[in-house]
Design a protein around this ligand. Structure first.
Ligand SMILES: Cc1ncc(COP(=O)(O)O)c(C=O)c1O
Length: 410
């Protein structure tokens, strides 16, 4: 047998593995780790959605293979969401596919459209599937650096995009966008999407937009969809998810919507790979979209209260961080005192000395260095406890930095 398979060689060991291993070790020692590491929602799924699942499981025939691209009622429910939330009219038969979470949808879209050696433009730092979906499909990635916690610099972004288009051979076939962004929490305006759509149409570029955090926004500012832009449907597909909106991460339910040819290609790939989500999950997902939306407001408010609590508590602990405008993440610059050890070492120190787990920015791409991502998946009391631990660690580190730094580098 080969030492290592072609595809596996292209999937580097998970950077977060090291922090996860230390986390497991600390827990085995009995440490109470306050875990802001993974973006895994901790709230329960709203009752009416769970009830619909249970009710449907008990019905005859719901155990059978389901529809790969999603049952019609679910696709109609997603069309209704786009109409009501964004004013975008979609044909549920040809412009919408239900996916097993947006991650699966994204990876299979990459598989559907990529020929070996095709170049794809991907932001960096970003959620790993945005690049590895294409790498697994034989594509080649060109990164667009987008790292800031102080707002998206659209001029800068359009400049990098244009440079990448002009200097890549062969010409890139697709651009990935993700606003609100994981991990940076950057948001995009409709004007930015207008520029992107005009550019993509001129340059024959497919746009794949991931809006998994479209409903997790703060300060009353809902983020737009690229499909609101006239003509976007000719070049764009958007991926959305119920995981964060309705606290349903384990249910695996998302959508791809937009350009018919792209949606058709995804549906074709999926028809070979899967039979769709379990029917009761699809029925319950339709109930989530069609039902009362106050549960979404409540989930959003919980994240917003945690965000405010985190920003205030960390600022008081001597680590001022910018308040994210959306998502369930704070993208926090590594404090001055630790900047030369890097985000991975800093994350390990937080774990070992403050019992706090975060994700090192470097895990999201080379341009993610200098930051850590803090997921808002612990309650406010635990957030305050974490800030107290961090403050204590910073005070000790300031006194003993000459010891701490060389130790971290070993
Ligand atoms: C930007 C982004 N896209 C997609 C996903 C995956 O979501 P899903 O559960 O729908 O696969 C995540 C999950 O963390 C995410 O952060």
């Amino acid at each position: 047998m080969q030492d290592e398979f072609h595809r596996i060689k292209r999937l580097p060991p998970y950077v977060f593995e090291e922090v996860n291993r230390l986390k497991a070790e600390a827990r085995n020692r009995g440490a109470d780790i306050i875990d802001f590491g993974m973006g895994n929602p901790d709230m329960p799924t709203p009752d009416h959605i769970v009830d619909k699942l249970i009710e449907t499981v008990r019905k005859p025939r719901t155990n059978r293979y389901s529809a790969s691209k999603g049952i019609p009622g679910l696709r109609r429910a997603q069309a209704k969401y786009y109409q009501e939330r964004f004013g975008v009219k979609l044909d549920p038969d040809t412009q919408i596919v239900a996916t097993l979470g947006s991650k699966e949808g994204f990876a299979n879209m990459a598989q559907a459209i990529t020929a070996p050696g095709d170049v794809i433009l991907v932001p960096d730092p970003t959620y790993p599937i945005h690049q590895f979906g294409f790498i697994m499909s034989g594509g080649v990635i060109r990164h667009l650096p987008v790292n800031s916690s102080h707002g998206l610099d659209t001029g800068d972004f359009m400049g990098s995009l244009d440079r990448a288009m002009r200097h890549s051979v062969p010409k890139p076939i697709a651009l990935v966008l993700n606003f609100p962004s994981n991990p940076t929490a950057l948001v995009a305006s409709l004007d930015f999407y207008k520029e992107i759509v005009a550019y993509a149409r001129r340059n024959d570029l497919i746009v794949l937009s991931d809006i998994a955090y479209a409903e997790i926004y703060f300060d009353g500012n809902p983020p737009p969809s690229i499909l609101q832009v006239e003509g976007a449907i000719d070049i764009a597909v958007e991926f959305s998810s119920l995981s964060k909106t309705y606290a349903m991460p384990g249910w695996r339910m998302g959508f791809a919507v937009g350009n018919e040819k792209l949606i058709g290609a995804l549906a074709r790939v999926k028809s070979y790979l899967d039979y769709g989500a379990f029917t009761p999950i699809q029925v319950a997902a339709a109930a989530a979209l069609n039902g009362p939306q106050d549960c979404v407001d409540e989930i959003r408010q919980i994240y917003e209260a945690r965000r405010d609590c985190l920003v205030e508590a960390l600022t008081r602990a001597g680590w001022p961080i910018p308040a994210p405008p959306a998502t369930m993440f704070a993208w926090a610059p590594v404090p001055e005192m630790f900047q030369n050890v890097g985000s991975l070492e800093f994350s390990k120190m937080l774990l070992e000395k403050a019992d706090v787990a975060v994700s090192p920015g470097i895990g999201f791409g080379e341009y993610g260095e200098g930051y850590v991502r803090i997921a808002l998946v612990e309650n406010e009391q635990r957030i305050r406890q974490a800030a107290r631990n961090i403050r204590k660690f910073f005070t000790q580190a300031a006194e003993t930095m000459h010891n701490v730094l060389p130790m971290a580098k070993r």
